[in-house]
Design a protein around this ligand. Structure first.
Ligand code: CA
Ligand code: CA
Length: 178
């Protein structure tokens, strides 16, 4: 009976801890607010002693991390355009790898790393991301060690000319089947 009550007490403590963790570690997910979205990553700035690489990771296609800049070599408003379009609600993921200082790496798609990122999506077309470069709870949690924006814009729709070409191709294929 004593063992059972100990287990029950542990279960309650675990549940409370999980609830508290859920509050601290929110998914910093960044999502395309509309379809056919072009995504630009725009450097903001850094106040940090450590050097880290900002990386975009195409998690949907299991892509290798693509390094954009470090927090110390990026210049203001420097922009990287992701070489594909995003569907509505699709996630844009990042990784931050400290290469000088306390070596570590954090990713927006790893729940244990979520505390390292702050995300302000009050303007869903212009999302501000901040990174804390020392693992929680040791860091100062200023989330200004790397700051960048994720800017979504509507990609241009295909011109009428290219649509006509697609139409002609469709007719051609239909005729061949006959
Ligand atoms: Ca800082
Ligand atoms: Ca910091």
């Amino acid at each position: 009976m004593k063992t059972m009550s100990t287990h029950a007490a542990f279960a309650i403590v675990a549940a409370v801890a999980a609830g508290a963790q859920a509050d601290i570690y929110q998914d910093p997910g960044i999502f395309a607010p509309f379809g056919n979205a072009q995504v630009d990553i725009v450097w903001g700035g850094s106040s940090a002693g450590y050097t880290g690489e900002v990386q975009w990771v195409d998690t949907a296609f299991e892509g290798a991390p693509q390094t954009l800049w470090t927090n110390h070599n990026a210049t203001a408003e420097q922009t990287y355009r992701i070489p594909r379009l995003f569907a509505a609600g699709e996630r844009v993921d990042f990784r931050y790898e400290i290469i000088s200082g306390n070596i570590d790496a954090f990713a927006t798609f790893v729940p244990a790393d979520w505390a390292q990122f702050s995300v302000d999506a009050s303007d869903p077309r212009n999302v501000v991301v901040g990174v804390e470069d020392i693992r929680y709870p040791s860091g100062d949690m200023d989330h200004n060690d790397a700051v960048f924006r994720v800017v979504f814009s509507q990609a241009a729709v295909p011109s009428p000319g290219s649509l006509a070409l697609i139409g002609a191709g469709g007719v051609f294929m239909t005729r061949r089947r006959r």
